[in-house]
Design a protein around this ligand. Structure first.
Ligand code: HEM
Length: 114
């Protein structure tokens, strides 16, 4: 899997070299630009940036989602990803709380016995 930073995506911001980010994935739409049913200009406007909101707002069809797979070039670098929950960290945090609570209960039980 190729990881691409937002800095790199920003370099491809022209009609002749047009990359966009949609849902944390990077697409090279240079060749698709002329075929886009929504027009060339709409893509030019989002060239080199995150177009997730614009893409979703249009309510693209399942067919559009199939087409986009052809233009996928890599994943957006984790540091630039939006809206992804840090599940690992949340998991570690919850586990620590549970282990802490169990430890406190055990200590209480032992103390109550004595
Ligand atoms: C990989 C990226 C994209 C693909 C494959 C794609 C494909 C398509 C397709 C197949 C349609 C026809 C309607 C449908 O099937 O939903 C469409 C319409 C349209 N698209 Fe895209 N699109 C892409 C990205 C974008 C982006 C980033 C924007 C906005 C900046 C955009 C704006 C539009 C608009 C305005 C229409 C016309 C909607 C209408 O006439 O109701 N598209 N696109």
């Amino acid at each position: 899997m190729v990881e691409i930073t937002l800095e790199t995506v920003k370099l491809h911001n022209k009609p002749s070299d047009l990359w966009v980010v949609i849902e944390n994935k990077v697409y090279d739409l240079t060749k698709f630009r002329g075929e886009h049913p929504g027009g060339e200009e709409t893509l030019d406007e989002v060239a080199g940036r995150d177009a997730t909101k614009d893409f979703i707002d249009v309510g693209h069809s399942q067919e559009a989602r199939e087409i986009m797979k052809k233009y996928y070039v890599g994943d957006l670098a984790a540091k630039d990803c939006k809206g992804k929950l840090p599940l690992r960290e949340i998991g570690i945090c919850l586990a620590s709380v549970v282990i802490g609570a169990v430890a406190v209960l055990l200590v209480k039980k032992v103390l109550a016995k004595n």
